[in-house]
Design a protein around this ligand. Structure first.
Ligand code: C5P
Length: 220
């Protein structure tokens, strides 16, 4: 079986992570969560007292943290300077600051290089999820998927994941983050011209997974 590279992009709450992990598991591929890497570098900035409102301060230290990502879809691990970051990267503080950090070009260069080296090391192939994978990180991917869903569906899914959260507040935070990610200068969230757009609003997770698995098998 030939190695295959699958790029899955889209805004938050579209089911990117659940879909990407399930597709990778079903097809025996590696998996990379690039959002987790931007969250990890954001956690490092916060922990080291870097003002995330100061792009020059972020740029000056962008190359310092050592970020390592596991590629097992059943147990996606992430460490920063050897410390397990999987819990800390999911806090509300990191979520609210990650767009400011990920917009800094020096951060994107460091993380993009890391992503490309992980993808080229995956012998069986890999599913890479993010915002700019099809457009910038892996423009030669064998299959590019762009997942979308209505803001209501996305907010409902996200607040379902976060205990005790309210849908309206989640919706506002999500729209703000997507607007920041879509309007930044360096590799914004965007659909690649050759990506297949899948609107997941009225689809179950199982239906989205089946749809993507079929598309991968067609290109393999
Ligand atoms: O996917 P997730 O919500 O964990 O991504 C967190 C943040 O990381 C996004 O809001 C975005 O700012 C950044 N990101 C990015 N490029 C990617 C993946 C994520 O800028 N390829």
């Amino acid at each position: 079986v030939e190695s295959v590279i699958v790029a899955i992009d889209g805004p938050s709450g579209t089911g990117k992570s659940s879909t990407s992990k399930a597709v990778a598991s079903a097809l025996g591929l590696s998996y990379l969560d690039t959002g987790a890497q931007y969250r990890a570098i954001t956690w490092w900035m916060i922990s080291n007292g870097i003002d995330v409102a100061d792009p020059a301060a972020i740029a000056a230290v962008a190359g310092k943290p050592v970020i390592e990502s596991g590629t097992d879809p059943a147990a996606p691990a992430i460490t920063v300077d050897g410390l397990d970051a999987s819990g800390p990267i999911r806090t509300q503080e990191v979520t609210s600051k990650v767009s400011a950090v990920s917009a800094v070009p020096e951060v994107r260069t460091v993380i993009t290089d890391l992503q490309r080296s992980i993808a080229s090391a995956a012998a069986q192939g890999i599913v890479v999820e993010g915002r700019d994978i099809g457009t910038t990180v892996l423009p030669d991917a064998d299959l590019k998927i762009f997942l979308t869903a209505s803001p209501e569906a996305r907010a409902a899914r996200r607040s379902g994941e976060i205990k005790g959260s309210d849908v309206a507040a989640t919706r506002e935070a999500l729209i703000r983050r997507d607007a920041a990610d879509s309007s930044r200068k360096t590799s914004p969230l965007a659909k690649a011209d050759d990506a297949v757009e899948v609107d997941t609003t009225d689809l179950s997770l199982q239906q989205v997974i089946e749809c993507v698995v079929t598309l991968v098998e067609e290109r393999r």
